[in-house]
Write a protein that binds this ligand. Structure first.
Ligand code: GTR
Length: 391
């Protein structure tokens, strides 16, 4: 049993008052916590408005051997004279033609063409990491992470964006991707957003598109992601309450896992390795986790009362499954304020026995840091319950 550290309480406001109503949570404490995460961890999403245009460049109703609808949408982002194009790939079940489909929205690591061997998927025009082996960016190279046929067969859509279309994942002083368009003044402040903030922004732009597409049910949009993109999905879901379900897969440090007492990756390690993911202020907490005014269970709390699903895997010690599960436990009081269950058991479950009955779902999968067909089946089982409860 790991000794629990003392944690900031999501339901005690900065001025020491206790949060006892949904009203007080919504009006005061939730905005306060959101602002702390923006100022100290992920950076503030700029107010700068961009002009968005959505162009459907491809729509095929007999994709995947006749089993799905495929759409490719170019999201053009324009600010003054600068523009950026982001490719959104969507698969939908045919049922969407008569009744709008619920959809999972995930960023991907290698390019949209890596999620399925479908030869029609556009190749990325944006940056490809030269460290990637050519095989890792071939068509369908990451198909095991997206089981598109099974998702569509269960009545869900899948939407994905290559994260480097939004911001290439390396430390270049924010010269490329979305940052030059939205960052404004040349001198970056210590609370300016990093790559995770920019990726999360793009998930919300996908949501903006869904609102224009009557084959997609905008009230049943799940946002999720694996690893650094799981951290991103949590931050997107915390900020944008249009996402009805939020999924974190193996998101670990500065994702689902509580930082105080964390094993494996620490704040210091992540800031050293990935200085471009967070805001500059976050570095002040290297080896000083106790001084953070928040911890990651409060990020999970920001998703309440919307359903949240967290997944860990047994061999992913770097992410720290115990710290990820404890975070679900510690976020539960926020769900309880809404009269909900939160996580249904405070005992870490046996591997491969998902907790699906609460408003926070969780499983510990046997195996490595990865996103697998098993994980997807659990996400869909959880979403089935949540969306049915809402219907
Ligand atoms: C690791 C990083 C983790 C996790 C992972 C990933 O190197 O330390 O925080 O995000 O990358 O995104 O695959």
């Amino acid at each position: 049993m790991r000794e629990m550290c003392s944690l900031p309480d999501p339901l005690i406001a900065g001025d020491g008052t206790s949060v006892e109503s949904i009203h007080a949570w919504r009006q005061a404490r939730r905005p306060e916590i959101l602002d702390l995460f923006a100022t100290q961890v992920y950076g503030h999403t700029p107010d700068q408005q961009a002009q968005l245009t959505f162009t459907v460049t491809d729509e095929d109703h007999s994709a995947l051997d006749g089993n799905a609808i495929r759409k490719q949408v170019t999201i053009k982002v324009a600010v003054d004279q600068q523009t950026l194009e982001i490719d959104l790939l969507i698969y939908l079940p045919h049922a969407a033609l008569t009744s709008p489909a619920p959809i999972f929205t995930f960023l991907n690591f290698g390019g949209n063409h890596t999620i399925h061997a479908d030869p029609t998927i556009k190749l990325p025009k944006s940056y490809i990491n030269p460290d990637q082996l050519p095989a890792a960016v071939q068509r369908g190279a990451k198909a095991s992470r997206f089981i598109v046929e099974q998702i569509v067969a269960r009545g869900y859509g899948l939407a994905t964006i290559y994260h480097a279309d939004v911001d290439p994942d390396f430390d270049d002083g924010f010269q490329n991707g979305l940052h030059p368009l939205l960052d404004g003044p040349l001198i970056r402040t210590r609370d300016a957003w990093g790559s995770i903030g920019a990726w999360a922004w793009a998930l919300s732009r996908a949501m903006d598109y869904f609102e224009t597409d009557d084959q997609i049910d905008q009230t049943r949009v799940a946002v999720g992601g694996h690893s650094r993109l799981g951290k991103t999905a949590l931050w997107a879901g915390a900020q944008d309450q249009r996402f009805a379900v939020v999924i974190s897969n193996n998101s670990g440090c500065t994702g689902a896992a509580i930082s105080r007492g964390k094993q494996g990756e620490t704040i210091e390690a992540i800031n050293r390795e990935f200085p471009h993911w967070f805001c500059h202020n976050y570095r002040a907490y290297n080896r000083k986790e106790d001084e953070l005014p928040v911890d990651q269970h409060m990020l999970l709390g920001l998703i309440a009362p919307r359903p949240l699903y967290v997944c860990s895997s047994t061999e992913d010690e770097w992410a720290d499954p115990v710290a990820e599960f404890n975070s679900c436990v510690q976020a539960s009081p926020v769900y309880q304020l809404f009269g909900q269950v939160g996580i249904p058991s405070y005992e870490m479950p046996t591997p491969d026995e998902p907790l699906l009955t609460g408003n926070i779902g969780y499983h510990l999968r046997t195996g490595k840091h990865d996103l697998t067909a098993y994980d997807w089946r659990c996400f869909m089982d959880f979403a089935d319950r949540q969306f049915k409860a809402k219907a």
